[in-house]
Design a binder for this molecule. Sequence first.
Ligand SMILES: Nc1nc2c(c(=O)[nH]1)N[C@H]1C(S)=C(S)[C@@H](COP(=O)(O)OP(=O)(O)OC[C@H]3O[C@@H](n4cnc5c(=O)[nH]c(N)nc54)[C@H](O)[C@@H]3O)O[C@H]1N2
Ligand SMILES: Nc1nc2c(c(=O)[nH]1)N[C@H]1C(S)=C(S)[C@@H](COP(=O)(O)OP(=O)(O)OC[C@H]3O[C@@H](n4cnc5c(=O)[nH]c(N)nc54)[C@H](O)[C@@H]3O)O[C@H]1N2
Ligand SMILES: [Mo]
Length: 767
Amino acid sequence: MTRKAPDEDPGDARLRVGSPKEFAAGLPAVTSSLRHAGGQMGVRRSLLTLLRVNQKEGFDCPGCAWPEPEHPHRAEFCENGAKAVAEEATVRRVTADFFAEHTLEDLLPRSDHWLGQQGRLTCPMYRPAGSDRYRPISWGDAFDVVARELRALDHPDQAAFYTSGRASNEAAFLYQLFVRGFGTNNLPDCSNMCHESSGSALTETIGIGKGSVTLEDLHEADLILVVGQNPGTNHPRMLSALETAKRRGARVVAVNPLPEAGLLRFKNPQRPSGVLGGGTRLADQFLQIRLGGDQALFQAFNRLLLEAEDEAPGTCLDNAFIERHTHGFEEFAEHARKASWDDILAATGLPEEEIREAFRRVRDADKIVVCWAMGLTQHQHSVPTIRDVVNFLLLRGNIGRPGAGLCPVRGHSNVQGDRTMGIYEKPDDAFLDALGTEFAFTPPRRHGHDAVDSIRAMRDGDVRVFVALGGNFVAAAPDTDLTEQALRRCRLTVQISTKLNRSHVIAGEQALILPCLGRTEADLRPGGPQLVTVEDSMGMVHLSRGRLAPASEELLSEVAIICRMARATLGESGPQVPWEEFESDYDRIRDRIERVIPGFEDFNARVRQPGGFALPHPPRDERRFTTATGLANFTANALEYPEVPPGRLLLQTLRSHDQYNTTIYGLDDRYRGIQQGRRVLFLHPEDLRERGLAEGDMVDIVSEFGDCVERRAPAFRTVAYSTPRGCCAAYFPETNVLVPLDSTAAVSNTPTSKSVVVRLEPTSAGA
Ligand SMILES: Nc1nc2c(c(=O)[nH]1)N[C@H]1C(S)=C(S)[C@@H](COP(=O)(O)OP(=O)(O)OC[C@H]3O[C@@H](n4cnc5c(=O)[nH]c(N)nc54)[C@H](O)[C@@H]3O)O[C@H]1N2
Ligand SMILES: Nc1nc2c(c(=O)[nH]1)N[C@H]1C(S)=C(S)[C@@H](COP(=O)(O)OP(=O)(O)OC[C@H]3O[C@@H](n4cnc5c(=O)[nH]c(N)nc54)[C@H](O)[C@@H]3O)O[C@H]1N2
Ligand SMILES: [Mo]
């Protein structure tokens, strides 16, 4: 299958390539955020809105899930957050007139950037079967369409209900209650494509699928490993935490195929010296690892730790911890001692001396934190890789101790909270029992479809109705052509959204757009202004309250949409739920969350305390491990790394500095030196030369998966870049067309977006 480049990639003709930056943030970031915000909202509205981000009386930043410091600066936002806020608080509007003017056919070739730039959705819209465009529909009629189609299914498992990680705890809780009341566990979410590998590995080994550190732990660490993560772009506020840790003497080691700007040096825009001075050097060592080489690196560390202990018993490992709190050490150790240096060097592509130097830092450190994101989670062997990270920390008792632990850095601002609320296709019995008891119904037990399985089920005609609470499923999912066909086969697709995106354009036979309030907006109900809650990456739950006037009078909150959809669909049947009461007073929802989900005792009162409250985390709080063995599990994992046939490259699909997932803010990637274009392929200069290519040549990227399907992303401009030989990079979602649906991580079923085997072909003229 070949995908044409969209007509509408405005700047690519104007693409400019400069040199990459060594430091992140500082003055350019501040001016860039204000310029972007000013363009979307005007200067006055920008300043008033941005000043409320992450303040006590304000809203939770929709940018990412990084936690707030205890005493936020007056302006606790970063470039990333400022852009996310501006994108939502924009004054541009998509009205019914817009849809009257544009058929779906018209919208199809538009780029994601163009679609997003049209502004906020303002009224419910319906595309009836056979029509070429959306037309306005009343809310009541829209809910009747949903109810009619859901009830017409032969079985509740013929519907799937997606969630993106911005939904509040309250919306997420009611959504899964509605879905289970309807009778299915088909609750795929963005996490399936994101940190699912972390959740899988951590649940098996430490008994809870969440990281084990607080912000304070990071500040107190002796050594922080930042692995497979680009915080300068994706979690800029994390750089402040790294800076604090460094000021207190911590060392930082960055492990990444790319020398990402923020990892090397940081200028803190919230400190005068940061804006003007040379900034703080962040990474003490940079390991430029091959894609997918991280399991080998941690196996090397583990072997070296065991050898150091053999040489001087009692000096390296935390034997008391191992004895008392862990299971499986002997078997693990026997396996780990056999890790072969040949394999380690081949997999990592690193000189042995660099690994040994990093190991010396490990040895010298008492308290170690490992932070990671998509560079670890989106490979075939991601789950064993993260298990080996756990082994590494267990060896020295670095879990459940101040200044040390596991830090999977989450993406969407409430993705962790949504999971806590039960957005999960494989719920456990304890949760379902509590939910069923509280609402007097029998929840379905059969596990449901995750994101990849939902696509397969739609493709095969087994899922006929697709509902999305936020997100942009068609653009975020792998194998774009196949996913598009799958969605088009549905009887009905429903998108609950703030902004126009591709998932509105690639729709089922019938389609609904249900526009909702965003985080920044006041949610005024007859009972007064409503607050919602979210959980950050470190398990802190806190309030979020929007203040802006809604983008349109017709918008409903996510909570209201779910309550009305549930009432229309379920009628008097199913769970006993006071949907109307919930819709008018969110405190009542929180009362029930408290009764169903452990850790939310006295929810309404505690969440109103400054800073909110921390959810319990047994390994962190009391070194208690609720695994099958009742202990933290060491695991023996065979070493894996991607195999690349001769002449082929391994492609990672990543984010530019000017996007939020599928939302494209602009066409620059400042830190990597790219301006005015996104169809670029970063690769090693030798890999260019070997193919007889020069920098700037146009190539098609062709993915090779051995299933006879041609997956081609045409017309990318080559950029010579600092990356290991054989490892290249290009932006998501333009390259999702290359990620095969069946190429997923073992156990977690996460698409392997960071290791796609590709070949390059010269772009033929006229393509
Ligand atoms: N501005 C902005 N902020 C965001 C987002 C956004 O799109 N824009 N998205 C949010 C979301 S949902 C998420 S999940 C996070 C994502 O945050 P990240 O995980 O930082 O995002 P990616 O751009 O996918 O970057 C992956 C990083 O891992 C490196 N990497 C890739 N493969 C490997 C590997 O095999 N080994 C190692 N060691 N490194 C590797 C890449 O070079 C890159 O630096 O950010 C969140 N925050
Ligand atoms: N190739 C490749 N694919 C990837 C990745 C990758 O690294 N490479 N990363 C994966 C990851 S980590 C993730 S998390 C997924 C992201 O997948 P998604 O979460 O599905 O995608 P987003 O682009 O974040 O969704 C943006 C849309 O959400 C809607 N929205 C924004 N705010 C709100 C709100 O408050 N309420 C509602 N109801 N809607 C809102 C807007 O309409 C907007 O267009 O993509 C995955 N896909
Ligand atoms: Mo994510």
